[in-house]
Design a protein around this ligand. Structure first.
Ligand code: NAD
Length: 261
């Protein structure tokens, strides 16, 4: 329970990897500010279930990560309830698969806003209090697509390369302040985000569902296994420990060997 006096704010934490981050940080005693697109009754159930299971306090914010004012409100609400955000996990993300000359302009803008710009808005909002406390952990969810590209994912690949650059820059700016800034770069993790892109990939490449899973997704991953959400969350917990305080400015792959090739 080494995070008992800490508060973690996690964008996009109602599902998939974000929910796993929330559960793993809560298991170490952190209070949570969770966020995502979810019906109010479901969000309230998730909030109270997490409080009951882990004996912590949880605030839910429905802030839309495309809207800078709502993002500022998400951090401000967390700071009002808990005093400061000690651990910021930028995780909200969406995918859209299309050849670039057919890529809808509004989808490009939405992906850049959620997957990249939202991290700029949360980071700038949490840093003053982290600097005051002389301690902070910022963990961005990048992707293997922060290192390599796949066709038909131009906005996603551009955003994730951007996340790696943002991570390095902020790490340098706060290196002497007790704040580390890193990104985790998972390969394919079985979550709703991956499941939802299968029909579009089938269409874009003219393949069956099984072919997309085995020949497109797991083809890139030498282990031939999906990464699990628990594995990704465990790395985030490690980055919060004192043992990890010299790790900063990195984008750490967890991709079954994908980017080794
Ligand atoms: P997911 O679809 O399960 O979860 C996405 C979360 O983001 C949900 O909580 C959703 O409500 C939230 N979200 C979406 N749009 C939002 C918005 N406008 N405002 C606020 N919240 C919003 O996806 P996931 O697979 O768990 O992905 C989480 C992160 O991990 C993403 O950044 C994704 O790019 C990254 N990632 C995923 C994989 C993978 O294979 N699943 C691999 C590498 C990186």
């Amino acid at each position: 329970m080494f995070l008992k006096d800490r508060t973690a704010a996690i964008t996009g934490s109602t599902s998939g990897i974000g929910l796993a981050y929330a559960r793993a940080l809560a298991a170490e005693g952190a209070n949570l500010v969770i966020n995502g697109i979810m019906a109010p009754a479901d969000a309230e159930k998730l909030r109270t279930d997490l409080e009951a299971e882990f004996g912590i306090k949880v605030v839910f914010s429905p802030a839309d990560m495309t809207k800078p004012a709502e993002i500022a409100g998400f951090i401000a609400e967390g700071e009002k309830v808990f005093g400061a955000i000690d651990i910021l996990v930028n995780n909200a993300g969406i995918q859209f698969v299309s050849p670039i000359d057919e890529f809808p302009i509004e989808k490009w803008d939405q992906i850049i806003a959620i997957n990249l710009s939202s991290a700029f808005h949360t980071i700038r909002a949490v840093l003053p209090k982290m600097k005051e406390k002389g301690w902070g952990r910022i963990i961005n969810t990048a992707s293997a697509h922060a290192f390599v590209a796949s066709p038909f994912k131009s906005a996603y690949v551009a955003a994730k390369h951007g996340v790696a650059g943002l991570t390095k820059t902020v790490a340098l700016e706060v290196a002497t302040k007790g704040i580390t800034v890193n990104a985790i770069a998972p390969g394919y993790v079985w979550t709703p985000l991956v499941e939802k892109q299968i029909p579009d990939t089938m269409k874009a490449r003219g393949l069956t569902k099984e072919q997309v899973i085995n020949d497109v997704l797991l083809d890139a991953q030498p282990t031939k296994q999906f990464v699990t959400v628990e594995q990704v969350a465990a790395l985030a917990v490690f980055l919060c420990t004192d043992s990890a305080k010299s790790i900063t400015g990195t984008t750490l792959p967890m991709d079954g060997g994908w980017t080794a090739a």
